[in-house]
Ligand binder design. Sequence first.
Ligand code: TXA
Ligand code: MG
Length: 322
Amino acid sequence: MDQSIPPATAPAFETQIAPASADAIEAAAELILAGQPVAMPTETVYGLAGDATNAEAIARVYAAKGRPSFNPLIAHVSGLSMARQFVDISPAALDLMARFWPGPLTLVLPLKPDAPIASLVTAGLDTLAIRCPDHPVAQALIAATGKPLAAPSANASGRISPTRAEHVLKSLGGRIPLILDAGPTSAGLESTIVAVENGQLRLLREGAIPAEQLGLERPIVADPARPSAPGQLASHYAPHQPVRLHAMAAKAHEYMIGFGDIQGDASLSPKGDLTEAASRLFDLLHQAEASGKAGIAVAPIPDHGLGRAINDRLRRAAAERA
Ligand code: TXA
Ligand code: MG
């Protein structure tokens, strides 16, 4: 199923492929610190890296991929000490890190309450998927930016994951400024994803590290392609109050989320910018929920580009609850 959508607000780029020299990594770091996405090699597949602490940068990652919905992303870190800044690390998680990091093991762990991770990275969840890549270029880029890098596979939504810079170019050419080329990736298969909950491991995605190596005898894989079933996620997106969409004005009992000309109590983007709106979506839903108002109204959002992903999440937020 091809659900690709064109970027709404991202400028068209003349995408450059650069061998991953020290100079190119420096240039990539500057782009990332300026909020732009850059394709980087990892040992699994090429990732489209953005600054995980910058909501607009993450919105641009989604826009470049043309993701119709905000699946949560993996944050790539330099190692244990950087990971500790963002997630709670239980003894069971620490044991896995000691055995498999750096390497293709992603751990889903509780997000620290005040961690400076953009809510668009976790798609509003209270867990963060985190991994330490075993690739010198990915590590050099994390070091040069000093940031955790959120990176989904560097392919347009619904397409095959890229294991070569040319794959990235074919899929994302014109949508991103730079691809760091370090030749074909070694694993060629995405990382294995494991959630660690109360000392129990749950396999969320089969990947480059076989489940047996993790001591998981009977792995529970709901759906390898979409480990977090949309239905499961939907409840996380839903605020406690009923949500009314396509609202032109608030009723007395409602907290109003505005967009463009419709101001509201808070606006996703006063200037009607979908990238900005995407970057603020989960934050404003939380804010609206915390307002104590009995209902939430949301102004109409154009249904193109990132607006489609925004509307997808808003429909989930507004859906009838069981
Ligand atoms: O090897 C890899 O993991 C590559 C390289 C670039 O690191 N990245 C990758 O990212 O495959 P992506 O976005 O294509 O897949 C990430 C998966 C998604 O299926 C997402 O649902 C899941 O990780 N995920 C992320 N955060 C999660 C969370 N908090 N809870 C459950 N699943 C999560
Ligand atoms: Mg992917």
